[in-house]
Design a protein around this ligand. Structure first.
Ligand code: CP
Ligand code: NVA
Length: 306
C-alpha cells in the first residue's frame, strides 16, 4: 500500500509509469471511452481544509469515471471539529473507504493521516507540496514538447511555495533543469540539498536565481500566486518583494520563441502574470487544468490497482 504525499518517495520509473497511464486514459477519454469502471464500488473520501476548484472537481470526475463513489467533507462537518483526533478519524475512515485525498493547512497533518491509515493517503495540496499539480504539469509538458525528460522550466515568483517545490521535485526525478527565479529571501538551500541525490542520478539541475535573464532558452515559464492559501498575513511583504517577477510579454520574449506559459491556477491577473500572457497563444493553462483529471485517474489506478 502506497501513499502519495510529496513524490520524493517515488522512483523516476514510477512517475513515468503514472504519466503513461494518464496519457492512455486521456486518449481513451478523447476517443469517447469516458467510463472505465475499473474501481467500481470503491469509495474515496475527499477531506478539504481549504477551498479548491480544480483539485476537488478533477478528483471527483476522475473517481466517477472509474466507477468510484466520492464523499466530500471538511473538518467542520466531522467530529474533528469537536476534538476527535486525526489518528482515530483515519482508523475509522480506513474501514469504509479505499483512499483519502486531503487538502490540509499543515503538511504534518498528511503525515499523521498516513501514519494511522491502512488505505492510501493522497496529498491534494498542503502548505509545502502539490504533487498532483506537478504530475499534470509533467503530462502537459510532455504533450507540448514531446519530451518527458530534459525539460527546461523557469519558475518565477514565490519560489518557496508548494507548487514550485513539487515542480523542483518532479524535475529532479525526470532529469529537468528547473530554474527557481525569485528573491533570495525565498530560496531554500534545504530543497536543493534534498534533491541533490536524485539530480545526480538523473542529470537534473535544480537551482535558485534572482535574475530574470535566466528565463532565456527554457521550454516553459511557470508562475503561481504571490500569496498562497494560509500565507495571507505576509501578503503586503510578498507583493513588495515579488513585484519585479511578474510574467509579462517582455519576460516571454526574453524566454524565447519555444517557451510556453504555465500556471496552476487560480491566477491573479496583473500580479504574478499579465493578462495578455495568460490569454495569449503560448498559454497552456487550460490544458494543465484538463490534465489534472487524467493524472488523477492514473493516480487512483496506480495506487488502488497496482
Ligand atoms: N491548481 C489547483 O490546485 O487549483 P484548486 O486550488 O482550484 O484546486
Ligand atoms: N500556491 C497556491 C496554489 C493553489 C492551487 C496555494 O497554495 O494557494
Amino acid at each position: 500500500m502506497r501513499h502519495l504525499l510529496t513524490l520524493v518517495e517515488y522512483e523516476p520509473h514510477e512517475i513515468e509509469y503514472i504519466l503513461r497511464i494518464a496519457r492512455d486514459f486521456k486518449s481513451r477519454y478523447l476517443a469517447g471511452e469516458v467510463y472505465l469502471p475499473i474501481l467500481q464500488g470503491e469509495v474515496v473520501l475527499l477531506y478539504f481544509e481549504k477551498p479548491s476548484t480544480r483539485t476537488r472537481l478533477s478528483l471527483t470526475a476522475a473517481a466517477a469515471q472509474l466507477g468510484m463513489h466520492v464523499v466530500y467533507t471538511t473538518p467542520e462537518e466531522l467530529q474533528i471539529s469537536r476534538g476527535e483526533g486525526i489518528a482515530d478519524t483515519m482508523r475509522v475512515v480506513s474501514r469504509y473507504a479505499a483512499a483519502v485525498a486531503a487538502r490540509v493547512q499543515r503538511h504534518e497533518t498528511l503525515e499523521e493521516m498516513a501514519r494511522h491509515s491502512s488505505i492510501p493517503v493522497i496529498n491534494a495540496l498542503s502548505d509545502k507540496h502539490h504533487p498532483l499539480q506537478a504530475l499534470a504539469d509533467a503530462l502537459t509538458l510532455w504533450e507540448r514538447s514531446g519530451k518527458l525528460r530534459g525539460i527546461k522550466l523557469a519558475f518565477l515568483g514565490d519560489v518557496s511555495n508548494n507548487v514550485a517545490t513539487s515542480l523542483a521535485i518532479i524535475g529532479a526525478k525526470l532529469g529537468w533543469e528547473v530554474r527557481l527565479i525569485g528573491p533570495k529571501q525565498l530560496w531554500s538551500a534545504k530543497l536543493v540539498d534534498a534533491l541533490s541525490e536524485d539530480a545526480a542520478k538523473t542529470g537534473a539541475s535544480i537551482y535558485f536565481s534572482e535574475s530574470i535573464d535566466d528565463v532565456a532558452g527554457v521550454d516553459c515559464v511557470y508562475t503561481d500566486v504571490w500569496v498562497s492559501m494560509g500565507f495571507e498575513a505576509e501578503a503586503a511583504e510578498r507583493k513588495r518583494l515579488l513585484g519585479p517577477y511578474q510574467v509579462s510579454q517582455r519576460v516571454m520574449e526574453m524566454a524565447g520563441k519555444r517557451a510556453i506559459f504555465m500556471h496552476c491556477l487560480p491566477a491573479r491577473r496583473g500580479e504574478e502574470v499579465a493578462d495578455d500572457v495568460i490569454e495569449g497563444s503560448r498559454s497552456a493553462v487550460w490544458d494543465q487544468a484538463e490534465n489534472r483529471m487524467h493524472t488523477a485517474k492514473a493516480v487512483f489506478a496506480y495506487l488502488l490497482r497496482p
